[in-house]
Design a binder for this molecule. Structure first.
Ligand code: G
Ligand code: G
Ligand code: MN
Length: 429
C-alpha cells in the first residue's frame, strides 16, 4: 500500500497544511519551499506496460519519496503522475534546489518490477514562500509555471522566476484560453477515415477535435481535454463536438448502400451528466441525424472508473439506436466479467497492440484474441493505428471488421475529407 495520501484526499490535506504553514510562517517571517514533481511520460508508461504495472511502479516511486522525508517535510500525490513535496524551514533557494537534485538522484535508480528494470525520469518545479507567492493558489500556480519551465529546458528542475511567467503556458493559461476558444469557436473537427476491411469500402470516420491557438499553434487534445475534464469545460466542448459532427456529416456524399458513420469521442466524465442522453437525442433531431450513423467512443479505462453510472447511461444511449464503441480496448485492465453486460457494439483495439503486431508475436496474439472474443460477443472489431499495408493485410486475414490508421489516411479537415471520399478507390486485395 502507498503510505502517503493520494489524489483528492491528498489535495485536501495539502491545502490544509499549506493554510496552517502560511499563517504561522507569515508571523515568524520564515521560508518554506513547494516542490511539484511530475513523472515524465506517465501516460506512455500506462499504455506500454498496462495500468497494473504502472500502479506498482507508482507505489514504489511513492515509497522512495517517503523514505527521503525528514520531519517535518511533507509529501502527497495530487494527480496521476504529480506529487507535491513541502520543505518547511529552509533558508534559501539553494536549499530547495539541493533537495531537488537529491530527489532526482534517488529517483533515477531503476525500479524493479516482476524482475524487470524500469527507468523513470521526473521534472520538478520549485517555488518559495514568501519570495514567489504568499497564497495557496498562487504558490501552486507558480510551482506549475516552474514545472513547465523545467519541462521545456535542458535542466530537469526549475525555480520559479517572474520572467518565465508571461510566456509560459501552464494549466492556468489553458483554462483561460480554452474558454476564449469556446466563446470564439476556435475549434475545428478533423476526420480520419475508417474502412470496412473485408469489403474495402469506406465505413465512415472518427471525428477528432483540433484547437489552434494563435501563439502556440495546434494544442493536442491529450493536453487540453484532461484540463477541461477537471474544470467542467468538457460539457461545453462535448456539446460543440456533437453538434459540429452532426452538422458536418450532412455534407458528406452518399456512397454505397449505407450512409457513412461518424465516431465521436466522449469523455466518460460526461456520462455522469444527467442531461447527456437528452442533449444527444435533441442534437440528432436538430440535425436530422439517422441514428445508425452515430458512434460514441468511450475509453475502456475511463469506463471502468465508475462502471455503474457509465453502464446505465450507455444503455440508454444504446436504446436510442446509437452504436457504443469501447476505445483503447485492452489497456483498461478490466475484469473480463464486465463483458457479459457490456453496453457496446464495437471494440477498438488499442493502437499499441497494432503498431508492433508484425514484429511481436505476443501483440499479434492479443489482436487475434480480441477479434475472436469480440465476435463471440457479437461486437464489431476496429483496428486503429494501422501504419502499413502488411498490418492491414494481416488484420484482414484475422477477420477484423474496420480499419483506421495513417496507412489509409491521416485525420483531415472536412473539405479534404469530402475530396478524399470522392477519390477513394476501394482496397483490392
Ligand atoms: O488525434 P488525436 O491527437 O486527436 O487524439 C488524441 C486523444 O484525444 C484521443 O485519445 C482522442 O480520443 C481524444 N479526443 C479527440 N477529439 C476528442 C473530442 O472531441 N472529445 C474528447 N473527449 N476527446 C477527444
Ligand atoms: O484514443 P484515440 O483512439 O481516440 O486516439 C486517436 C488518436 O490516434 C488520434 O490522435 C489520431 O491522430 C491517432 N492516430 C490515428 N491513426 C494513427 C496511426 O496510424 N498512427 C499513429 N501514430 N497515430 C494514429
Ligand atoms: Mn478514439
Amino acid at each position: 500500500m502507498r503510505n502517503i495520501p493520494t489524489h483528492t484526499s491528498g489535495r485536501e490535506a495539502l491545502f490544509n497544511l499549506l493554510e496552517d504553514l502560511i499563517s504561522s510562517y507569515k508571523k515568524n517571517e520564515k521560508k518554506f519551499a513547494v516542490l511539484l514533481i511530475n513523472i515524465n511520460n506517465f501516460r506512455e508508461l500506462n499504455t506500454s506496460y498496462g495500468y497494473k504495472l504502472a500502479d506498482k511502479l507508482l507505489d514504489q516511486f511513492a515509497e522512495r519519496l517517503a523514505e527521503l522525508l525528514h520531519q517535518p517535510d511533507y509529501i502527497t500525490q495530487i494527480g496521476n503522475s504529480d506529487f507535491v513535496m513541502i520543505l518547511p524551514g529552509i533558508l534559501n533557494e539553494g536549499h530547495a534546489t539541493l533537495a531537488a537534485l537529491k530527489l532526482q538522484e534517488i529517483l533515477s535508480e531503476s525500479f524493479n518490477l516482476d524482475s524487470q528494470e524500469y527507468k523513470v525520469s521526473v521534472d520538478i518545479g520549485i517555488t518559495l514562500f514568501p519570495d514567489h507567492a504568499t497564497e495557496i493558489e498562487s504558490l501552486l500556480q507558480a510551482a506549475e509555471v516552474a514545472l513547465s519551465e523545467a519541462r521545456n529546458s535542458t535542466s530537469s528542475y526549475a525555480v520559479y522566476s517572474e520572467k518565465t511567467k508571461p510566456n509560459e503556458f501552464n494549466t492556468w493559461d489553458i483554462e483561460t484560453k480554452l474558454q476564449k476558444a469556446l466563446n470564439n469557436h476556435e475549434f475545428e473537427l478533423y476526420f480520419q477515415p475508417q474502412i470496412s476491411i473485408q469489403s474495402g469500402i469506406v465505413f465512415g470516420a472518427e471525428a477528432l477535435i483540433r484547437w489552434k491557438d494563435e501563439e502556440r499553434g495546434f494544442i493536442r487534445p491529450d493536453i487540453f481535454i484532461p484540463v477541461a475534464e477537471n474544470n467542467g469545460q468538457i460539457y461545453e466542448i462535448t456539446q460543440w463536438t456533437i453538434n459540429s459532427a452532426l452538422r458536418l456529416i450532412n455534407e458528406w456524399p452518399d456512397i454505397g448502400d449505407t450512409p457513412l458513420k461518424v465516431a465521436i469521442n466522449l469523455s466518460a466524465k460526461v456520462l455522469n451528466d444527467p442531461d447527456i442522453v437528452d442533449s444527444i437525442s435533441s442534437a440528432m433531431t436538430i440535425w436530422g441525424t439517422d441514428r445508425e450513423r452515430l458512434i460514441l467512443e468511450i475509453t475502456e479505462s475511463a469506463l471502468m472508473d465508475d462502471m455503474s453510472t457509465s453502464f446505465k447511461t450507455l444503455n440508454e444511449l444504446k436504446a436510442l439506436g446509437l452504436t457504443i464503441s469501447i476505445d483503447d480496448f485492452g489497456t483498461g485492465y478490466s475484469s473480463m466479467s464486465y463483458f457479459k453486460n457490456i453496453p457496446a457494439s464495437e471494440l477498438k483495439i488499442d493502437q499499441s497492440f497494432i503498431f508492433n503486431m508484425l514484429e511481436s508475436k505476443m501483440d499479434r496474439h492479443i489482436v487475434k484474441t480480441v477479434i475472436h472474443m469480440g465476435h463471440g460477443f457479437d461486437l464489431k472489431v476496429v483496428a486503429e493505428g494501422i501504419e502499413n499495408k502488411e498490418t492491414y493485410d494481416a488484420l484482414k486475414d484475422m477477420g477484423c471488421d474496420i480499419a483506421q490508421g495513417y496507412y489509409l489516411a491521416r485525420p483531415m479537415p472536412q473539405k479534404e475529407f469530402i475530396e478524399w471520399i470522392n477519390n477513394y478507390q476501394p482496397q483490392k486485395n
